[in-house]
Design a protein around this ligand. Sequence first.
Ligand SMILES: O=P(O)(O)OC[C@H]1O[C@](O)(CO)[C@@H](O)[C@@H]1O
Length: 543
Amino acid sequence: MSRLNHLPEWAALAKHRAELGEVHLRDLFAADADRGRRYSLQVGDLYLDYAKHLVTDETLALLRELAAARRVAELRDAMFHGDKINFTEHRAVLHVALRAPRDAVIEVDGENVVPKVHAVLDRMAAFADRIRTGEWKGHTGERITTIVNIGIGGSDLGPAMAYEALRAFTDRGLTFHFVSNVDGADLHEAVRAADPAKTLFIISSKTFTTIETITNATAARRWLVAQLGDESAVAKHFVAVSTNAGEVAKFGIDTANMFEFWDWVGGRYSYDSAIGLSLMIALGPDGFRQMLDGFHRMDEHFRTAPPEQNAPLLLGLLGIWYRDFHDAQTHAVLPYSHYLSRFTAYLQQLDMESNGKSVARDGKPVEWETGPIVWGTPGTNGQHAYYQLIHQGTALIPADLIGFARPVAELADLAGQHDLLMANMFAQGQALAFGKPAEQVAAEGVAEKEVPHRTFRGDRPTTTILAGELNPSVLGQLIALYEHKVFVQGAIWDIDSFDQWGVELGKVLAKRIEPALTEGAQIPGLDSSTSTLVAKYRADRGR
Ligand SMILES: O=P(O)(O)OC[C@H]1O[C@](O)(CO)[C@@H](O)[C@@H]1O
């Protein structure tokens, strides 16, 4: 297959972009009174409005032609089929199997993996129930009330994000902490007020060799044993989630208390595997299963919907349009829900670890742009911080606005605030798209020299995603939507969205530098900047 930028479909998009020139969203809406309805999709519980994008019917058709030329559908089918599409690690990419129904058949190397998935889900459910009912007792016979998940990256961000998102559906009698940073402050703050007799640690690590996680887990074990005064207490207060039984046993956790997943689940695609154990304890097995059903619903949509109605395909293509044909370097995700406070942080790993690549499948550097910088925080807070730049700065920043029609039941007394929240979300989409022309500003009596400062150009694209309420199923649908969007983009950019070699070098160098900090070890060939920093650090540390 030709390189992406040599495809005629790529050239057609570049030509079309030049022809569209400065056509404003105001013109596109004026030309089509039905645009708001036509440029929308209902997928499961998610309503997607994509009318406020800098596209016409022709743009969308050309983008779909690009997807066809890049064989996105074939690659998608290969993923669902268990083919080893993670070509630099020679692995299948089967997070979709984690939420497949019991009777589905998905094979890796000739073995149906679905029964294994459900066997682990059943073990997780039994364990979660034992914690939730108090049947599982700690070493001194106390009921567990504090759960600390220790993990990092994909072994932290998913459960931490989903726990926040679904707090209203969790057992409020239990306290959860998510410890990830090797900075001792993270663990310290989690355990300083915890009662060790009532605390369970879930050590979550796909490899069980990640330095941050093993360091924190070792410190947690030291704390627990010191507090309870008995090494054998570990058995009732530590469980593991991993693919690596050998390392789990070496750490001292009985593999009977290990919940398994598999190398065909990428870290950043893993929170619906056993990595979600803390979340399942919080939600209960039924809530967790509702979330899996939500994921599966979106998987089926992605797998079967025609290109014109395929939401992940559409969002992926819109991202390509801005990244490669509008030079948009960043993409903002702005949820209008306080409960989604960790949502964008989660997406950062999902998107940037997946598509932050610059070498194509043929081993040569890409000659096109790839993954954007993903950022954002919940509205309305961001409105009073950085939205100024989105409205009037020089960068084009496409944004996703995500909101819900109904607040969760617990917020009944504050329901009026929800309307204000959502009014803000709709207003932002409107202001970004249509702006405020100079004539309108002048007509309001603004002094001539101030008019340019008060003018909003508009033409800032947004997707609005609206659902009835934020619940486990809807969260699953949302996450799967973004997972598959990222997949589509990686397929078009011709990169491996499922490896992460770019995080390795820093890990190796940190291991080399540590003895220089602690013992003053000489590192041959260390550059003058880093060696001066090391010397300064040691001096300030009193060494
Ligand atoms: O689950 P593990 O093996 O501890 O890895 C944690 C994280 O580290 C990475 O490998 C790299 O940062 C992520 O992809 C992964 O989610």
